[in-house]
Every structure is written in C-alpha cells, then in structure tokens.
Design a protein around this ligand. Sequence first.
Ligand code: NAD
Length: 261
Amino acid sequence: MFLKGKSALITGSTSGIGLAYAKALAAEGAAIAINGFGDAAAIEQERAGLEATSGAKAIYLGQDLTKTDQVEAMMAAAADAFGGIDILINNAGIQHVAPVEEFPVDQWNLIIALNLNSAFHTTRLAVPYMKAQKWGRIIQTASAHSLTASPFKSAYVTAKHGLAGFTKTIALELATFGVTANCISPGYVWTPLVEKQIPDTMKARGLTREQVMNDVLLAGQPTKQFVTAEQVAAMAVYLCRDEASNITGANLSIDGGWTAQ
Ligand code: NAD
C-alpha cells in the first residue's frame, strides 16, 4: 500500500475508466475523491467500497465540471477533506459523433468545457499545494484521439489534442517541483462511453451494430481486443510510484497498436 497517506481526486469516476482508477489507487491505500453522475445508492456503494479497500477516507463530489464555478467548488471541497490533493486524475469526458456541418454547437461547447477546460481549472487549483510540498502527480485520460483523428469526432479530437499540449506545457513548468504530468492514451476501452456512441456511429456511417464494433471501433486496433479499464488504471498506479518520477510530459499509449500504424 505505497499510497497510504496520499489523496487522489479522480474526475468522472462514477463509471468506466475513472472508477477503475479509484479502485486501483484505493487498493494502494490512497484516500479518494470520486466525482461524476449516476444513481445515488450505487455511488454510495462504490464510495463505501473504496473506504473498505483503502482503510482511508473516500468522498463523493457530484459537481458538474462543465461549469467553472462548480469545478472550483469541487476543488475547495476536496482540499477541505484532505488538506490538499496529491494525485489529480482528469478523466471526465463525453463524446458526440456527427459531421462537422451538423455538429450541434451546444455539444461542441460541452465537450470542450468538460474534456479540456475542466482539466485546466482542476490543475490550476491543485498545483499550488503540489508545488509547495514538492510532490504531485497529474494524470490525464487523453485518448488515441489526442494523437490521431477519426471523422465525425471533431470536438472530441480537438479537446484531446488540446489536453495533450496542455500536459506537455505543465510538465515543463512543474519539472523541478517533484510534480509529474502525463497523458494516458487508451484506444477503445469497453465502457458506457463507447457503448453509447454505437447508435450515433451507426447513423452517421449507415452501418449495423456489428459493423460498427468490428469495422470501425476495432478496425484500427491491431490486437482486435478492447483495452480494459483495469489496464489503464494499472498505468496510473505506476505513474504514482517513485520509479516513475522521471516520466513527465509523456503521452503513454495503451491502444493495442492503433497509433503505431
Ligand atoms: P464513462 O461514460 O464510463 O465515464 C465518464 C464519467 O464522467 C462518468 O463518471 C460520468 O458521470 C462523468 N461525467 C460526465 N459528464 C460529467 C460532468 N459534466 N461533470 C462531471 N462528471 C461528468 O466514460 P469512460 O469511457 O470511462 O471515459 C473516461 C475518459 O476516458 C474520458 O475522458 C474519455 O474520453 C476517455 N477515453 C475513453 C475511451 C474508451 O474507449 N472508453 C478511450 C480513450 C479515452
């Protein structure tokens, strides 16, 4: 339990990859703040499970991170609970699939607000504590789409490329303070986010469900396997180790070979 005494805030962690990070960091003893939407009873069950696993405090912060004032409220609540955040994982993200000329403006704005802007706001508020204590870990769930593009995902690809650039910049700013900043860039991970985009992709490309799974989602993934959320979380745990103190500004692909092509 090498993270005993450390605190971790993971945005968008009531589901999917975020929840897997929370469980993996709790298993190493970290106190955890989870965030995101969902059924209150199910979230409470996950929160209690994290406490049982870690033996440390776990809290739920339900703010909507598309809104700057709510990101600020979440960061203040986490600082109150833990005294400061040692490990920040910017993971909350949404997707919308549509041709650019039909892309709903409100969806564009929401995706940029959540997938990109919220990471700036959490980071600017977490960094003073990390710098002062000369230790911190900032981890972004970016995506293969931070390195390459796919049609009909203009907002998402834009946000993820932006997140990759932001991460390199803060890695340089924080390099002498014991604070690392890295992107983890998964290919397709089987989570509700992927499942939900299947109907839109069927519509946008005129394909069946099976065609979307095999010819679109796994077409670019040479292993022909979905990445698992646990594989992504294991990388985050590694990045928190002292052995990873010289990994900073990196964009670490876990994509079954997608971006090697
Ligand atoms: P998911 O839909 O399972 O989880 C998204 C989480 O974000 C949920 O907890 C949800 O409640 C939360 N959320 C949504 N809107 C929010 C808001 N306004 N404020 C706060 N929280 C909000 O998705 P996932 O697949 O686990 O995705 C997590 C991250 O991984 C995203 O950034 C996504 O872009 C990235 N990613 C996913 C895949 C994949 O194939 N699933 C691949 C690469 C990158």
